[in-house]
Design a protein around this ligand. Structure first.
Ligand SMILES: Nc1ncnc2c1ncn2[C@@H]1O[C@H](COP(=O)(O)OP(=O)(O)OP(=O)(O)O)[C@@H](O)[C@H]1O
Length: 673
């Protein structure tokens, strides 16, 4: 800070900078920080300077001498390459192989995608993915990105479409400073020492400062004419992008009390969002304009303005449906046996058909379309279901209790008279919201430009809610964007996780079939480890060993370690085993810090440096309780299985650097071979 301040004070800043002999780039200089350290600086023209890095003296000189900066002819970006290393590699190159990794792409197509001419011979020599990966540190990032996409067999056109919005006309390739401004993922132009200090205060939260161009374009677009939908699979920075948008929009709000709502699936996730907003801005005015609430909290808060709502807890609710199902009449099933409706079936029918479509009469239910609800019901069965559901609703009313979905419906009614309460609504984890919650969000903001900004990943749908936004009056057509680069997980972990999805396709909230094309990670690491055990005790003792190694040998903080299992019983057993082994376990209730042990569902939206997913036995995953018997209803069975696969996918993609998997006895059929 003091070196930079001194530098800024002097009008003839250039005099503090030293040029270097033998530098690959004439514009690179170094600046003294103290006796031990030097900064490397790029003179970008017109008395503008870019601080590239700060290193020990000798390292700084070596860095400064080797790097070269150019302006990309297609995208106008400021790019850096390790010219010295490239020259060394080129000298050692064998003759261009007949079949290289990129033989199928013409030189012209490479150029069209922004690859520099000088790099083409090097690229032609690449024959394997590993070789390409080893070039990561020497090639300009954006060009390396393109090559990774090609190596994954994305077509030239697919990549071009991703990049098309970034093409710039009339580029002056000698104007480094303008190019720096076009490169927000690498360069941050600061207004002064205060902004610089706030950046240096959180060096590990790189996303606060540098967004990927697609993320940046999405988050900082001046305006969307209406609701916008951003999809992207796990770890592609949806939350980060949403947080940037929230702060950007909050900065533009008039000072008339207008507010932004940022909402997500649960209260815990809302807490995470709140922390991220606090990291991005310390401006109290901006902060005060953003409400962060879980979707249920929002419904509760609005109803609370009118009356004191009493929400039924999950356990009594389950008991209530059990009682209702026990009283319901029996019927002959498709296989000719006498059957009764299960409590889970009745509850799902209520939530997924009746509440979802706001059906209020028996006649309405008799003719309702039961999209995604498996086997058809005969008219007499529908009357039975209707009577049973009405029984449950009447019991709830008698107890003066409501479910959160009922509160959401009530809140919509309240807003219909009071009018919208937010200027913008931003939604994270949108794939799991219920139609009642969507109606509430729709009612919370007046239709118009920038009303709804929605983030969702249909491959991470782990509840039953399949929503068509259009049918709920939320039209996103022409305003959908996709994020494809995974910033969290290594290539090795991601490859395993994707295989769990088994090639299933998922329908997005805008009714299109989502695809994982181009979904990729740029970092590499160890492949996931999978261990098998004879009994649970053995499995848990290996888990303790694993967690111990992460903490002791790899020096990972306990809070950066997660352990996931499919059910609550296993979670309890793991907590006990870790506690007995004197490993600190996080406790949400007391706020105690430690390793986070939770069900797969509860890890949604979070991330861990090291993650263990245990108890992946055939009898545990898929969960028998959560999957309909195929003989009873094949369509529901398929949907339930896909949901279980997504759940495992969500769990595995919480891992950043290390993923450890284990099971006792026969492995789950959902694990890839
Ligand atoms: N541009 C970026 N630069 C650096 N890190 C980033 C960037 N974008 C995202 N990240 C990091 O990648 C990780 C995943 O980001 P984020 O949680 O926003 O993704 P997501 O799409 O919401 O994930 P999920 O759907 O799996 O919850 C986080 O650690 C985040 O800090």
């Amino acid at each position: 800070m003091s070196a930079i301040s001194k530098f800024a004070e002097h009008t003839h800043a250039g005099i503090h900078l030293e040029t270097l002999e033998g530098a690959r780039d004439p514009n690179v200089r170094t600046i003294r920080i103290n006796l031990a350290y030097r900064g490397v600086v790029l003179a970008a023209g017109g008395a503008k300077y870019v601080l590239l890095t700060v290193m020990h003296h000798d390292d700084a000189i070596a860095y400064a001498v080797s790097r070269r900066f150019t302006v990309n002819r297609v995208f106008g970006l400021l790019e850096m390459r390790d010219q010295q290393r490239i020259e060394e590699i080129e000298q050692a190159l064998p003759p261009t192989p007949a079949v290289g990794l990129f033989s199928w792409v013409s030189d012209n197509d490479l150029r069209r995608l922004g690859i520099e001419d000088v790099l083409i011979p090097l690229i032609r020599a690449v024959t394997t993915d590993e070789q390409l990966a080893s070039f990561r540190a020497v090639l300009p990032t954006a060009q390396f990105d393109v090559l990774t996409g090609l190596s994954m067999r994305m077509t030239v056109n697919e990549i071009f479409d991703e990049l098309a919005q970034r093409i710039v006309a009339d580029i002056d390739t000698s104007d480094l400073f303008t190019a720096a401004g076009r490169t927000p993922e690498r360069v941050k132009l600061v207004s002064g020492p205060h902004e610089l200090a706030s950046i240096l205060a959180h060096p590990f939260d790189v996303w606060r400062v540098f967004l990927h161009p697609t993320q940046h374009d999405i988050a900082y677009r001046p305006s969307y004419a209406g609701p916008a939908l951003i999809t992207g699979s796990a770890g592609t920075g949806k939350t980060v992008t949403a947080v940037h948008r929230a702060v950007f929009l909050a900065g533009r709000l008039p000072a008339d009390g207008s507010k932004i709502l940022m909402t997500t699936y649960t209260r815990t996730l809302a807490d995470t969002l709140r922390r991220q907003i606090d990291l991005l801005t310390d401006d109290k005015v901006i902060r005060s304009r953003i409400d962060v609430l879980g979707a249920d909290q929002l419904a509760h808060q609005i109803v609370k303005g009118r009356r004191e709502p009493k929400v039924i807890e999950p356990e009594p609710l389950r008991a209530l449906w059990q009682a209702v199902a026990a009283d319901a009449p029996s019927y002959f099933s498709r296989t000719g046996t006498l059957a009764t409706f299960s409590p889970a079936f009745l509850q799902r029918e209520w939530e997924q058909v009746i509440l979802a479509q706001q059906i209020t009469t028996a006649d309405g239910y008799r003719t309702a379309v039961r999209r995604g609800r498996g086997d058809a019901l005969r008219a007499d069965q529908r009357d039975q279901v209707w009577a049973a559901v009405n029984g449950a609703v009447a019991r709830l009313a008698k107890q003066r209790q409501s479910t959160y979905l009922q509160l959401a419906d009530e809140a919509v009614g309240i807003l219909a008279t009071s009018g919208p309460i937010y200027r913008h609504v931003i939604v994270d984890e949108g794939q799991d919201l219920h139609p009642s919650q969507w109606r509430l969000l729709r009612a919370a903001v007046a239709p118009g430009p920038d009303d709804l900004f929605l983030m969702a990943d249909p491959y991470q749908r782990i509840y039953d809610n399949h929503v068509s936004l259009k049918s709920l009056g939320i039209e996103v057509s022409g305003r959908s964007r996709r994020l494809t680069l995974n910033y969290r997980t290594t290539h090795e972990i991601l490859a395993w996780s994707i295989r769990v999805l088994n090639g299933d396709s998922a329908v997005s909230l805008d009714d299109t079939v989502d695809t994982l094309a181009g979904y990729r990670s740029l970092t590499h690491g160890r492949p996931p480890a999978l261990t098998v055990h004879r009994d649970r005790a053995g499995e848990l003792s290996k888990l303790i060993e694993r967690v111990g190694t992460w903490m002791d040998d790899d020096e990972v903080e306990p809070e950066a370690i997660g352990v996931a299992a499919r059910n609550g019983q296993l979670v309890k057993a793991i907590i006990k085993a870790l506690t007995d082994a004197h490993i600190p376990v996080a406790d949400e209730k007391t706020g105690g810090a430690g390793v986070r042990v939770a069900s797969m569902h509860r890890l949604k939206g979070l991330e861990f440096q090291c993650l263990a997913v245990v108890g992946l036995d055939a009898g545990v995953l898929p969960s028998a309780q959560a999957v309909t018997d195929p003989a009873e209803d094949p369509l529901s069975h398929r949907q339930d299985m896909q949901r279980e696969r997504c759940l495992l996918f969500v769990a595995m993609t919480r891992a950043r650097d290390a993923l450890y998997l284990s099971h006792t006895g026969t492995r789950s059929s959902l694990l890839p071979a």
